[in-house]
Structures are given as C-alpha cells and as structure tokens.
Design a protein around this ligand. Structure first.
Ligand SMILES: O=C(O)C(=O)C[C@]1(C(=O)O)C=C[C@@H](O)C=C1
Length: 305
C-alpha cells in the first residue's frame, strides 16, 4: 500500500470563538488546555456523561462551562459552536452525532481524536448524512496510560504526530482549520488515507495494547503472580505500561478495527511461534538471527524518533 503520507506546512494560529468539547478526558482535555495556552480558542463548553467529571474539567481550566448531554443547553452549545471536538470513546460516535445532527449549523466544523478512522467515518456519516462534509477526521498519536481530566497536559502534543484523514466530501478550508489547530498545540500534522491509517495503527498501536493487556492478565492468572509482580523490573514495566489505559476506549478500538487487528494478531502469533520453535529446538543461530534483526530495527527506529 502506498500511504501518501504528507505533512501540512505550518500555518498561523487560528482563532476559534466557541469550541464544544464532547468528552473532557485526557485527550480532549489536553487539546483544549493547549489551545487556550496558544490563544487559539476563546470559550470552551464541555459536555459529557458525568457531572462530576465535568466539574473537575471546569476546575482544571479544561472547559469554561459544562452542559449535560441531553439538555436544552447542549442544543444551544451545538448551534453556537464554531468547532465541535468529539473526544469520547469511538463506540459512541454514532449516538453523539445523532444528537448533534439536527442542530448543526453549516459553518460549524466537527473533528474527532479517535484511534480508528474508518469506523468513525461510517458512524458519523450514518448520523450526519450530507453534513459529513463538515467532519474532519483526526487522530493525535499521543497519550498516557492515565485517564480523565486530571491526566490532561497542556504540552501532551508538543512534537507529536497528528494524522488528518480527509474524505471526498471535506471542505479544504475545514481541513486547514483543523490542521492549524493541531499545529497550535505544537504537533506535527500529517495527512493519511482512512484505510492506511487503520492498517498502520492496528500494527503499531492497537496490537501493542492488546499484547500488553494479555501479558498483564497472563501473569496475574499464573502461579506465584504476587511474587512475580513484586519482583518485576523495568522490562515488565515498559512492556505493560499501556495495559493501564482506558478499558472502555480500547474495547471500542478493538470492536471498530476488528479485521485489521485480527490480521496483525495472527501475523504476530506466527513470529512468536517461530521463536518458540527455535527455543524448543535450541537453535541458537535462529534465535540470534531473529533477535539481531529486531534489535537493529528498534535501534534505528529509536534514532528517528
Ligand atoms: O503513549 C501512550 O500511552 C499511548 O497510549 C499512545 C497511543 C499509542 O498507541 O501510541 C495510544 C492511542 C492513541 O490513539 C495514540 C497514541
């Protein structure tokens, strides 16, 4: 597959008057903190499922005010928003877009931060119909293993990559607005097709999360698990860091990008099986060859980051 990944040239800081943030957790919260710090946004209204989380988001300066999801204030916030950012787990995309659709004004831009892009496009299209032209799909390649507003950081996106995945109906000016917003956070913004996005991140983000969850459960369910956890060192900590990430978010990612993730798991299991075979056979050349190849790749990749 030729991914045609291209970087957006730097643009000046945009000025957003009214931003509606749906889901004020780590990713959405870090975005609005960064945009406020850059002077790119004037007023942020937050909306979410939990009043306690929204209160926390107000206290942390992530949002200026909060509205509950099904309220008259929510409808008013949709009507007056210049930009709507969807930052809840991807499985809620269709339901949230159905709530937004009847009130969406033609000049409002919608964007998202989801880890899968084909599913978000399909779910948003089903709910928005022709208004899908107002939706610019985006995905910041940054995160932490912590969740919620308290985990948000104004500098989370500095020097991180953000993928924008345009679709045929997008308005070029909207794509530029979303690219400029992410650039205002300090991020490097790239353009990538939906299909390439989901294939690439199945391998380098979704698979590692599945493996981390599986390793954690494997050790937890094994004999001497308490002793193993008590004595584990940095190798185990580095490998499993992301197993503390939001279970709901990652459940939704796995459901949404099923075929690509299953294909990556199958191919990975073959590599693991090859190593197992070599260890069982005590094939020292084969083991060394596989480890050397991986080590060289990891060292070279590490230098590029
Ligand atoms: O560093 C982390 O903790 C992350 O969760 C980052 C990470 C990733 O897998 O690289 C996780 C999910 C996002 O969609 C993008 C980035």
């Amino acid at each position: 597959m030729n991914t045609h990944m291209k970087i957006f040239p730097p643009q000046s800081v945009p000025k957003i008057n009214n931003l509606l943030l749906i889901g004020a957790g780590l990713i959405g919260g870090s975005l609005t903190l960064a945009l406020k710090q850059a002077g790119a946004v004037r007023h942020v209204i937050g909306s979410g499922r939990s009043a306690a989380v929204m209160d926390e988001a107000i206290q942390l300066g992530i949002v200026d005010a909060a509205v509950m999801a099904d309220s008259a204030e929510f409808i008013q916030a949709v009507r007056t928003a210049d930009l709507i950012v969807l930052a809840m787990p991807v499985g809620q995309t269709r339901a949230v877009c159905e709530k937004i659709a009847p009130h969406l004004q033609p000049d409002t831009v919608i964007t998202d931060v989801g880890s899968t892009k084909t599913s978000v496009y399909q779910d948003a299209h089903a709910a928005l119909g022709d208004k899908i032209n107002q939706f610019v799909l985006a995905h910041p390649i940054a995160g932490r293993e912590l969740n919620g507003p308290a985990a948000a950081l104004a500098d989370l996106y500095v020097n991180k990559r953000v993928m924008i995945c345009p679709h045929a109906d997008n308005r070029p000016a909207d794509i530029d607005t979303v690219a400029a917003l992410w650039q205002a956070t300090g991020a490097l913004v790239y353009e990538l097709s939906l299909a390439a996005h989901d294939e690439i991140f199945a391998a380098v983000s979704h698979l590692p999360h599945v493996l981390a969850y599986a390793l954690m459960n494997h050790v937890a369910d094994s004999d001497l698990s308490n002793d193993k956890f008590a004595m584990a060192g940095a190798g185990f900590r580095d490998f499993t860091r992301i197993a503390a990430a939001s279970p709901e978010m990652w459940r939704d990612v796995c459901l949404a990008n099923k075929s690509a993730i299953v294909a990556e798991m199958d191919a990975y299991l073959q590599h693991a099986q090859q190593l197992r075979d070599a260890i069982v056979a005590q094939d020292e050349d084969e083991i060394l060859e596989q480890f050397k190849k991986a080590s060289e790749k990891r060292l070279a990749w590490g230098k590029e980051q």
